[in-house]
Design a protein around this ligand. Structure first.
Ligand SMILES: Cc1cc2nc3c(=O)[nH]c(=O)nc-3n(C[C@H](O)[C@H](O)[C@H](O)COP(=O)(O)OP(=O)(O)OC[C@H]3O[C@@H](n4cnc5c(N)ncnc54)[C@H](O)[C@@H]3O)c2cc1C
Ligand code: FES
Length: 335
């Protein structure tokens, strides 16, 4: 007998679907036209994480990076692994509009691959079709490695301008996409993009923002800052950008440009390596001041590699101040 699942979206909309005991909640939702955020469908990426408010269910297999034991204890679930055992209410961390938006698949040509540092690449794609890829700044797409059936997730690091969009990509030694971009890619090569995806996007600015970036986790923030530069912010926006080595610090000129254009915007960059020549040393958490947390009247956005996201998560939980909202994205390696 099918069970009834109520999805509560963050814009207050509630939608009901039916799910049989044998199908996952995510599959049932898609079958009935509710496009829950979803990527690997394999319990590996954490994209489909929601809060199960009530109702019995069982979970399939997943890894700790996708859903930690602490999150599971607090009622979070991966809908790609969740099977209902009765009627359930599930809170979805996205708006109903985002969940109804169908994914687009478009092709675009490489206009530039730039090596910003030994560890970091910038990729720019161009095609008139990119204008159809409506995304919210902070979201990501799956990019197919040309000539293979492999895809990798990358956050947009810019908005689409004149049919061009950019990405900030870590050069992983031996990596499929990294190897293609550093060894084979030529201007004009076509790449396939599928998306947009993800619930990590800039919400309406209703209070000060604290943006925390680790490494190429800077990407979604430069896209968000382009939007803020165009529309302004009534509240202060502070970015702390941390990397491991001096050579990993990229796009500092871009950040300085945002600071010049956005009156309320400030930023600090820090380098963790003890042999760094950069004046600000240490991790992102060393540079979070009580004023940035504003007694909790702050929206925090956090993005970077899983260990950095976990460490900052822990710091925020233990610092005794509960932010009004807290959004994070882990740049997990592909399953
Ligand atoms: C939602 C989401 C958004 C993402 N957005 C971005 C983004 O904007 N920019 C970005 O650079 N990355 C991003 N990533 C990570 C990205 O999808 C790839 O995993 C990464 O770029 C490696 O791809 P690759 O093909 O070069 O290496 P792969 O062929 O996937 O990996 C080769 C080997 O390196 C290991 N490896 C992979 N990544 C790392 C790493 N960071 N450190 C150490 N070892 C690693 C793998 O486990 C594997 O053994 C995102 C991931 C997710 C889930
Ligand atoms: S889509 Fe469920 S964990 Fe990746």
């Amino acid at each position: 007998m099918p069970h009834q699942i109520a999805f509560r979206f963050e814009d207050g909309v509630t939608r009901f679907i039916e799910a049989s005991p044998t199908e996952t909640v995510a599959d049932a939702a898609y079958r009935q036209g509710v496009n829950l955020p979803l990527d690997c469908r394999d319990g590996a990426c954490g994209t489909c994480k929601c809060l199960a408010e009530s109702g019995p269910f069982e979970m399939g297999e997943y890894i700790e990076d996708a859903l930690s034991a602490d999150e599971a204890a607090r009622g979070y679930v991966l809908t790609c692994q969740m099977r209902a055992r009765g009627n359930c209410v599930v809170q979805v961390p996205a708006s109903s509009a985002v969940c109804r938006a169908s994914q687009a698949a478009v092709e675009a040509a490489i206009s530039e691959v730039r090596q910003l540092s030994p560890s970091t690449l910038s990729l720019t794609l161009k095609d008139a079709a990119l204008d159809k890829l409506a995304f919210l700044p902070g979201q990501y797409v799956n990019l197919q490695v040309p000539g293979t059936d492999q895809t990798r997730a990358y956050s947009f690091s810019s908005l689409v301008r004149d049919g061009e969009v950019s990405f900030l990509i870590r050069n992983v030694p031996g990596g499929r996409m990294s190897g293609y971009l550093t060894g084979q890619a030529q201007p004009g090569d076509r790449m396939r993009l599928t998306g947009p995806l993800g619930t990590f996007y800039l919400r309406d600015i209703q209070r000060p923002l604290l943006l925390l970036a680790g490494g190429t986790g800077l990407a979604p923030f430069t896209a968000m800052l382009e939007k803020i530069a165009a529309e302004g912010s009534p509240y202060p926006v502070h970015l702390i950008y941390g990397v491991t080595h001096d050579a990993d610090l990229v796009d500092m000129d871009k950040l300085a440009g945002f600071a010049a254009r956005i009156p309320n915007f400030s930023f600090a960059a820090c380098v963790a390596s003890p042999d760094s020549a950069w004046p600000n040393k240490g991790f992102v958490t060393h540079h979070i001041q009580p004023a940035h947390l504003n007694d909790g009247e702050v929206d925090v956005y956090l993005c970077g590699p899983p260990p950095m996201v976990e460490a900052v998560n822990r710091f925020i939980r233990e610092c005794g101040v509960q932010p009004a909202s807290f959004h994070h994205e882990k740049f997990a390696a592909s399953a």
